[in-house]
Design a protein around this ligand. Structure first.
Ligand SMILES: *Cc1c(COP(=O)(O)O)cnc(C)c1O
Length: 450
């Protein structure tokens, strides 16, 4: 598979080059030249496989000759060594024999090591990058802006990897307590992963990373690479779980349409879903949930796209005013607004509504949602108000509620036990560099530590 720039289809790259280069020359986003299309017979075969093996088969379409089928199988089995459950709010698994009438599922994508769905992309990308760089003695400096979860997942995926240094830029005071602890405790003082607390918002962090990539001298000096969802190596693996889980859901409830709700910020997760659908995954609709940062939901209802500065909310991983995958979503639909609205529907919710929903779901069912997942579930409920026939609802659970224990415990007045990886991180000493949001400050720090 070759890739082209979304700004100019004559600018081409292989998968390996697109992954290592992050952005196309001129700043465009890499897009696959064509998507594979699976027939219902072929999808049935893929749905019968384990998730990891299905992911490896799908990945084969997107890579280049540096990867054999066996390489991909190893990468995916190693990356995806945790469960991918779909459960009802009452805790039933996806099983029509046990729950014949169940309609409302959460796809829990938070059972990886950093307890957020970012692990799916980061773990594939980390292994793919090290496979490409493997014998070449290349080195790379990864700059990653994070609103909380990406940094942890990327740091974990690249920790101790030879030839790679990772600098995580997060908004100082703008991530949850648990997230900050996770970001700032990776490795020891000589670790290849370093956390930088930026005096500013997530948009400032993202802007700073963009500026660094726009600076040729800095790029060349440090061999900079992005691990944000502008990198095509992040977006492609996010199609795998939509593809595989939609086949499981369709096999369980074959006669019902299938709708996913995605709590969204930079729209990378949605882009993965849209790619899966175009490859033949049996998905009828995507419902997008936004918090107060809702330029995409606004676009869906008005056709006007107006990026804007972000405002802080309870669901901080979605505090994004300029979703960087928006151009990819347009490109996947021939730049046609009407085509986008045939597949995507959206709604946005305030923090008050989100808190109330977390409380109601917990009271009625005992299920504890993280604030992001709650926004997705609210959007699904709103979408369902206008649908009379039964359909299978899958809300994408993007993070474990314990990652947001500070707010969830306040909302529910109950203790949220920390799973072991988090409990371990909470005991470690935090290390971070505090910095003003300027390219000079960043260059100076890189000069010392990259
Ligand atoms: C990153 C993140 C999101 C938003 O995903 P996008 O791909 O940026 O739209 C939602 N929820 C959580 C918990 C996240 O970490």
């Amino acid at each position: 598979m070759n890739y082209h720039s979304h700004q100019d289809s004559s600018v081409k790259a292989s998968f390996s080059d697109a992954l290592l280069a992050s952005l196309a020359p001129g700043g465009g986003l890499w897009m696959p030249d064509a998507l594979p299309k699976y027939s219902p017979n072929e999808t049935a075969r893929l749905g019968a496989m384990s998730f990891a093996d299905c992911a490896a088969e799908l990945a084969a379409n997107f890579v280049d000759e540096k990867f054999t089928a066996a390489d991909l199988k190893n990468i995916c089995r190693d990356a995806y060594n945790f469960p991918v459950p779909m459960v009802t709010l009452a805790g039933e698994t996806l099983d029509p024999a046990l729950a014949p009438d169940a309609e409302d599922f959460v796809l829990e994508l938070f059972h990886g090591p950093t307890l957020a769905f970012k692990d799916f992309a980061a773990r594939f990308m980390g292994r793919a990058a090290s496979h490409i760089m493997g014998k070449t003695k290349q080195r790379r400096t990864i700059l990653v802006a994070t609103s909380g979860d990406t940094g942890g997942a990327i740091g974990d995926a690249f920790l101790d990897q030879e030839g790679i240094k990772v600098f995580i830029l997060f908004p100082k005071g703008g991530v949850s307590k648990v997230q900050e602890q996770q970001l700032t405790t990776m490795g020891n003082t000589r670790s290849n992963v370093k956390a930088i607390a930026v005096d500013g918002s997530f948009d400032d962090c993202q802007q700073l990373v963009k500026q660094a990539f726009g600076n040729n001298a800095l790029c060349e000096e440090h061999d900079l690479m992005s691990a944000n969802s502008i990198n095509v190596g992040r977006v492609i693996p996010q199609s795998f779980y939509y593809f595989w889980t939609s086949l499981q859901a369709k096999a369980a409830y074959p006669s019902r349409p299938l709708v996913y709700a995605i709590p969204s910020g930079n729209l990378g997760n949605l882009t993965g879903g849209l790619i899966a659908k175009q490859m033949g995954a049996p998905i009828n609709r995507f419902v997008i949930g936004n918090n107060a940062n809702d330029p995409f939901v606004d676009y869906l209802s008005t056709g006007e796209y107006t990026p804007r500065p972000s405002v802080p909310t309870l669901s901080n991983a979605m505090d994004i005013g300029r979703p960087n995958n928006f151009p990819r979503i347009l490109a996947l639909h021939g730049e046609d607004y009407t085509e986008v609205t045939k597949v995507c529907w959206g709604a946005s919710f305030s923090d008050e509504e989100t808190e109330r929903h977390i409380r109601r779901v917990h009271t009625e069912t005992g299920y504890v949602m993280c604030p992001h997942t709650a926004v997705g579930h609210l959007a699904m409920e709103k979408f369902a108000e206008d649908v009379s026939d039964p359909f299978t609802r899958i809300t994408v659970g993007t993070a474990h509620p314990a990652k947001f224990a500070d707010s969830v415990e306040r909302i529910l007045h109950t203790d949220i036990p920390l799973p072991e990886p988090l409990a371990k991180a909470m005991r470690k000493k935090k290390r971070m560099h505090v910095m003003s949001p300027t390219l000079d400050a960043l260059s100076e720090y890189l000069a010392k530590h990259a």
